[in-house]
Design a protein around this ligand. Structure first.
Ligand code: NAD
Length: 399
């Protein structure tokens, strides 16, 4: 039987129960005990980076933002970034865990009535302190909660990946347009000095004609299962490492080459008998061909040790190596050309988080052109869809 026939039938079953990601992800060994595809309260992350005293009161035209999803990234990166931003502040939290929400809200000096649950979220519509919602939920929940935020009249900054299917992304964009509100995707590397410098260098032709780009986004995930980790649940994470981590390599290949691929060839690996990979892929390999003749090879995996985070551009006249390329900190970048290798240090990667928030406020307040709009998120999710289509069919796919 054609394997796609099987996955297609399974997809239709899952669509009926609202559990589908993409039809191209292949047969699903679906564990009954997987975390559900709905917003639920979860324990506080092991380490919480909370302010020792509440941030000072917002001033000027600072944008009030509600953070929905108090997990590792929400508490430890998004909320500190909003507190550090010049034009944004944390105005509310939305969580299914009242105790965690209370602790976090107190640390940010929020009033009790600025704590929302998933059940009373709709009431946020009447809260003038909140002009925008930052969606930091598991990826399979981005579309629904972005739509709810637009229905409440708020602007939305949504984490990557934008959603799990192109159809979900299209729905989100349409909802934003209908509400006349902004939709931005949390592509922080567009605000990070090393990646910005790399983009500028490539535009200037610093390595000559780009011939090949190689990216790695890999690490070995510790023991876990779909019962306790959304990152290994198909309906919340899609195919897995590509949407979560490999998306940085995909983005790098696009913004460093300055091109969109014409042809995509990909393979996936899903080792049997490993609870981490009962529902998702362990590894995704992608080959891109660009109109200029340049190519890219992207490797992403949850089962590689030691993990790597690399963007490596080879051109006719030089080579740019970034390793780590897209981290929160510690970026390292060298440019080899004309017989010299230069180490470049364009600035502190730590600014990426709050600059992203300030850009969002500039878009809303001043009508500045968006750097990472919903359309960019949709573009990438379409490419991810094409990657899985190629892997499922064993054939190259026109992008
Ligand atoms: P996490 O597991 O640490 O937190 C997710 C939170 O979502 C949970 O704590 C819980 O509060 C809430 N939640 C609601 N419903 C849930 C459900 N059914 N299952 C599990 N949790 C549920 O995850 P995270 O690392 O904070 O990731 C959240 C989002 O942020 C994801 O979309 C991820 O891709 C994105 N992210 C982005 C970056 C980046 O660098 N831009 C880094 C990490 C995560």
């Amino acid at each position: 039987m054609n394997p796609n026939h099987h996955s297609r039938r399974r997809f239709l079953q899952l669509t009926a129960t609202g559990l589908a990601a993409s039809p191209w992800l292949g047969p699903l060994a679906w564990a009954q005990s997987s975390l559900p595809r709905k917003a639920i309260g979860m324990p506080a992350p092991g380490r919480m980076n909370l302010p020792t005293s509440p941030p000072s009161a917002p001033s000027g035209d600072s944008l009030g933002v509600a953070v929905i999803g108090l997990g590792g990234y929400g508490i430890n990166r998004v909320m500190p970034a909003l507190a550090r931003a010049h034009r944004c502040h944390v105005a509310a939290v939305v969580s299914g865990n009242p105790e965690k929400a209370g602790t976090v809200a107190a640390a940010y000096g929020l009033a009790d009535d600025a704590i929302y649950s998933y059940d009373n979220f709709d009431a946020i519509a009447g809260d003038d302190r909140v002009e925008a919602v930052y969606v930091v939920l598991p990826s399979g929940l981005h579309a629904d909660w972005t739509e709810k935020a637009f229905a409440a009249g708020k602007h939305v900054l949504c984490e990557k990946p934008m959603a799990l299917t192109p159809a979900e992304c299209e729905r989100m964009i349409a909802a934003g347009k209908a509400a006349n509100r902004e939709l931005m995707i949390g592509y922080r590397c567009h605000f990070e000095p090393y990646n910005l410098r790399a983009m500028a260098l490539m535009r200037e032709g610093a390595v000559g004609k780009i011939q090949h780009i190689e990216t790695h986004q890999t690490y070995r995930m510790g023991p876990t299962s779909p019962a306790d980790n959304w990152r290994v649940v198909r309906s919340l994470a899609g195919g897995g490492p590509l949407e979560d981590y490999g998306i940085y390599g995909l983005q790098s290949a696009l913004y460093l080459s300055g091109e969109m691929p014409t042809t995509i060839t990909a393979t996936t690996e899903q080792p049997a008998g490993d609870p981490r990979f009962a529902e998702i892929f362990a590894t995704v390999r992608t080959h891109l061909e660009f109109p200029s003749g340049a190519t890219a090879d992207l490797l992403t995996s949850y089962d590689t040790a030691p993990g790597r985070n690399v963007a490596d551009v080879t051109g006719s006249d030089g080579r740019l190596i970034m390793e780590p390329a897209t981290g929160y900190s510690g970026q390292h970048m060298t440019l080899a050309r004309n017989g010299n290798t230069e180490t470049l240090d364009p600035g502190d990667p730590g600014v990426q988080f709050h600059r992203q928030c300030d850009h969002f406020a500039d878009v809303i307040r001043d009508g500045v052109t968006q750097i990472a709009p919903g359309e960019m998120g949709l573009r990438d999710v379409r490419l991810i869809d094409a990657i899985y289509r190629s892997a499922a069919s064993g054939q190259p796919v026109e992008a």
